[in-house]
Design a protein around this ligand. Structure first.
Ligand code: AMP
Ligand code: MG
Length: 470
């Protein structure tokens, strides 16, 4: 295996991180391996015994510069000035053949100075969940971190009960979070705040010339991301500012889930008691998170009062921009490429009918595109009348079907299938994981061999809450 590291983050000032390697584990064994991603990263020939050593953290490849990153964050609205990588180690960065830079990070790799009360470890359940869901997200075409490997450690992790430990190798375009900006802003360390800003610009927004245009660009990407999440029924579950990536990619898969029945108030996370991060609330939370980023950027501006006024206006513009982008996403799901404001009512009526019928979000949209969604609705005459209006709105059937086919996935990683996969993996059987991974590689294509994985849960299979599982 070849790693050609080029570690820019480790060349930043000491205040950005603590140099720290992963803690060794007893008996590493590769549970899941992403061969396609390994190839894209140019890792060369890999033998699984060596991969187990490297991706458990037992062996540090030449050129790595392991470190734990410092960051802060608002967790459920409360500011914590000191979070940081409490159970992850950035091993280094690789530039692939296309010139794209990737962080290679081990998650669940032991304690760091930022662990606070935690053990620095992860158990197999959340590691395999992130492996499957982040790769599914990638294949759905939504910006995300990726998963290269899941390695069992051979050591127990103590949660409510003892569980087998595991480590995820996460690959990401960086690990810069809104919380990284908050970290330096809260310390009034404006010199390092400026260094971070310059670094973020060079890594993600080379066209942003100042904090104002940078903020615009981050807001645009976050709106795009969250509307894309909503378009596939995804609920992140912990959109704290430390889990909000500066490049607008999905990061930190914890108690996340795709909804089955359409319910705008859907929450899965067992720790989200008040529905702060419910499906529909995600539109508001992203504005709240961007307001925190804006606040952190103010000190970089020459005139603070002017900056506050200008940045406040940017945040206040978000609802309209969000609604415009949301309209594009949901209109596309109905085969409408250039939506007008009138289409909003058509979409709302469809969603209302779905909600009243407890219709499956994914399958109803897919079946509408495939030609027959009637079976999902309780009130047939209401649906038929909606469908007449919709058909009259569609200008060209072929174009509409093509747009729907690329906007409405046939399969998403369903919560009950992930739980079932974790349970079989706990018994040492990785075949369900492999099957899920393969099915989710082509999410927009109907694959009869995987029909069981695309079906909604029966009432007995339904998972009501997803535990944070840290
Ligand atoms: P999360 O909500 O999973 O993104 O984690 C929030 C913060 O808690 C981050 O700073 C994590 O590094 C830290 N953390 C989560 N789980 C653990 C753990 N088992 N040990 C140490 N730190 C943890
Ligand atoms: Mg996090």
């Amino acid at each position: 295996m070849i790693f050609e590291f080029d570690n820019t983050y480790s060349r930043l000032p000491d205040a950005f991180f603590t140099r720290q390697g992963p803690e060794p584990v007893s008996q590493p064994e590769v549970l899941a391996w992403n061969a396609g991603l390994a190839q894209d990263l140019g890792l060369g020939a890999i033998d699984m015994a060596q991969a187990a050593q490297i991706f458990s953290g037992n062996q540090t490849p030449d050129g790595a510069a392991p470190l734990a990153q410092a960051y802060a964050g608002h967790q459920f609205g409360h500011f914590n000035p000191q979070l940081g990588d409490g159970r992850a180690i950035l091993m280094g960065e690789i530039v692939d053949a296309t010139g794209q830079r990737h962080d290679i990070t081990l998650k669940g790799s032991g304690r760091t100075p930022y662990s606070r009360g935690g053990d620095g470890r992860a158990w197999l359940g959340p590691v395999l969940r992130e492996f499957i869901v982040s790769e599914a997200m990638y294949h759905l075409g939504i910006p995300t971190t990726r998963a290269l490997a899941a390695v069992a450690t051979g050591d127990a992790v103590y949660r409510e009960t003892a569980q087998p430990g595991a480590i995820l190798t996460r690959v990401a375009s960086s690990h810069l979070r809104v919380g990284t900006f908050e970290y330096f802003a809260a310390r009034r360390d404006h010199e390092n705040l400026k260094t971070l800003f310059d670094y973020a610009v060079s890594r993600h927004y080379p066209l942003a010339s100042d904090p104002a245009s940078f903020l615009d660009a981050v807001i645009e990407r976050q709106i795009k991301l969250v509307t894309q999440w909503m378009g596939i029924g995804f609920i992140h579950g912990v959109m704290n500012t430390d889990n909000c990536h500066i490049a607008g990619i999905t990061i930190d898969y914890g108690p996340c889930a795709f909804m089955d029945q359409y319910n705008p108030r859907q929450v899965y996370s067992s720790i989200d008691q008040y529905g702060r991060y419910a499906y529909e609330a995600q539109r508001n939370i992203i504005m709240w998170n961007m307001a925190q980023l804006a606040t952190s950027l103010v000190p970089l501006m020459p005139d603070q009062d002017e900056a506050i006024a200008a940045f406040t206006a940017k945040i206040h513009a978000m609802p309209d921009d969000f609604n415009t982008q949301w309209l594009r996403v949901f209109a596309a799901k109905l085969g409408i490429a250039n939506p007008t404001e009138q289409d909003r009512a058509l979409i709302a009526q469809f969603l209302n009918l779905m909600e009243a019928s407890q219709a499956d979000f994914t399958n109803t949209f897919y079946d509408l595109g495939a030609g027959d969604a009637a079976a999902h609705f309780k009130d047939q005459s209401a649906f038929q009348s909606w469908q007449d209006t919709w058909r009259a709105r569609i200008v060209d059937d072929t174009t509409a079907r093509a747009l729907m086919a690329q906007s409405n996935p046939w399969i998403i990683p369903r919560n009950h299938q992930i739980e079932a996969m974790i349970n079989t993996a706990l018994n040492g059987d990785m075949t369900q994981l492999e099957r899920l991974a393969i099915a989710l590689t082509n999410p927009y294509t109907k694959q009869n061999a995987f029909a069981d994985l695309a079906s909604p849960p029966t009432p007995e299979q339904e998972i009501k809450a997803t535990f944070c599982g840290t």
